[in-house]
Design a protein around this ligand. Structure first.
Ligand code: ADP
Ligand code: ASP
Ligand code: MG
Length: 403
């Protein structure tokens, strides 16, 4: 029998009633497939656990953080299994260490590098339905790790890879990937098929529906993904390789971020090596600098340098910049009220004038662009947070995504 991997997100297992619905979905697939289930924690549980760690300390130990926050998945898996057993199925929960799912890298941000198949294979052979904790693994020190927020998406994709599954279905609370967040813009349209490349950009630039690393894993391993709702039976979105897609849209999706912050250094000495002196200690402290803009110096001596970081890194960045003896500047300004709005689409590679249309559309709404960054298939602008809704809705119209 062929293998199918089903992943259920937090809202899909958010209540015991929802868990009963999930068990029905699993039972339906069991008629045709060997089913492997990956579950997230019930919605809100992981956030609560994180808040508990913050109440103990701002610098809570990373390894204990992983033990703590991964515990939500144990609860939901036991509840799903329990319901399946109630319904007469052969099912059990599996914690990552019982399989084991091996990870590498730092606590909080590990990556799955191997899934030991033997125990699950023999369990499947006996007709069992394994309900496996997403988001967690163990490292080579035999300690529990987690793989980043929203990580159950990546757990599911890695299971699909290692078990050579016929399908990987991500069940969530929307019935597919939309042109923009359907909970924020009513006219958002469901995308039938999207390439890994576009989905990766969308996910990295704020479309929470899929975790970015999971799309990287899917692309590397050529795992097709279907995104569907556990609330309705509607056809979802297929995420697959570009070759499988015929698309006549220039732009596929629009996203925005909610956790960026802008840092400006005013009156920096304009001489070679100064940008490197600013960014070196930031990178040594694992602070990811995203967009960068440097103004042309008016007098040849001084310039202003602006960059963006994650707002969680703001206080660390402030400390590092102020302690940096290699740089001199007149003023240091921070702004948390910014958001990066991006348009994404492989169509822009072959279509001239996309940048102009984006800027023109924002100008008509009197929205000021603070920083710009581009890649082959995306254009991002940093704007004031209060203008995000207006910006997305006007860009959505401009690029004819309403229909
Ligand atoms: P889960 O708990 O199932 O993993 P998430 O909350 O992580 O679900 O992701 C689903 C949410 O992603 C949706 O409720 C929706 O608000 C949000 N979202 C953001 N951008 C998009 C998009 N382009 N298409 C669909 N959903 C999106
Ligand atoms: N429960 C984890 C989180 O909230 C993992 C997941 O939902 O995929 O981030
Ligand atoms: Mg998610």
């Amino acid at each position: 029998m062929k293998i199918i991997v089903l992943k259920f997100g937090g809202t899909s297992v958010g209540t015991t009633d929802r868990i009963k619905k999930v068990a029905k979905i699993i039972a339906k697939y069991k008629k045709k497939y060997n089913v492997i289930v990956l579950s997230s924690a019930m919605s809100g549980v992981t956030n609560n656990l994180i808040n508990l760690s913050k109440k103990i300390s701002k610098n809570f130990s990373d390894s204990e953080y992983d033990v703590l926050v991964s515990s939500g998945e144990q609860m939901s898996c036991a509840l799903i299994s329990g319901e399946l057993i109630n319904k007469g199925f052969n099912s059990r929960s599996w914690m990552s260490w019982q399989i084991p799912i091996n990870t590498e890298g730092k606590y909080k941000f590990s990556r799955i590098n191997k899934i030991n198949k033997s125990k699950i294979v023999s369990y499947l052979k006996k007709g069992g339905i394994p309900i496996i904790t997403g988001f967690q693994g163990i490292n080579n020190k035999n300690r529990i790790t987690t793989i980043g927020r929203g990580g159950t998406d990546a757990s599911a994709i890695m299971f699909a890879k290692f078990f050579n599954a016929e399908k990987c279905i991500i069940y969530t609370d929307v019935d597919g990937v939309y042109s923009t967040d359907p909970n924020k813009l009513k006219s958002a349209q469901k995308i039938k098929v999207i390439s890994y490349e576009e989905m990766l950009e969308m996910a990295s630039l704020g479309a929470k529906v899929m975790q970015p690393h999971s799309i990287q894993d899917a692309r590397l391993n050529r795992v097709d993904i279907e995104v569907k709702s556990s609330f309705t039976d509607n056809k979802g979105t297929l995420i697959t390789k570009r070759k499988n897609i015929i698309n006549n849209k220039i732009i596929t999706g629009i996203t925005n971020t909610t956790s960026d912050a802008k840092v400006s250094l005013l009156g920096v000495r304009d001489k070679p090596g100064i940008a490197a002196s600013i960014f070196k200690p930031l990178s040594e402290n694992s602070i990811n600098v995203d967009m960068v803009v440097q103004n042309i110096s008016a007098n040849g001596n001084e310039t202003d340098l602006t960059f963006t970081i994650k707002s969680d890194d703001l206080s660390k960045t402030k400390k590092i910049v102020l302690q940096n003896k290699k740089i001199k500047f007149r003023d240091l300004i921070f702004d948390k009220n910014v958001s990066k709005v991006s348009i994404i689409g492989v169509g822009m590679v072959t279509t001239p004038g996309v940048t102009y249309r984006m800027f023109q559309s924002l100008a008509k709404q009197k929205i000021n662009i603070q920083v710009i960054s581009t890649s082959e298939i995306k254009i991002s602008v940093l704007i004031d947070k209060k203008n995000v809704k207006k910006a997305i809705s006007s860009l959505h119209k401009e690029f004819k995504l309403n229909k």
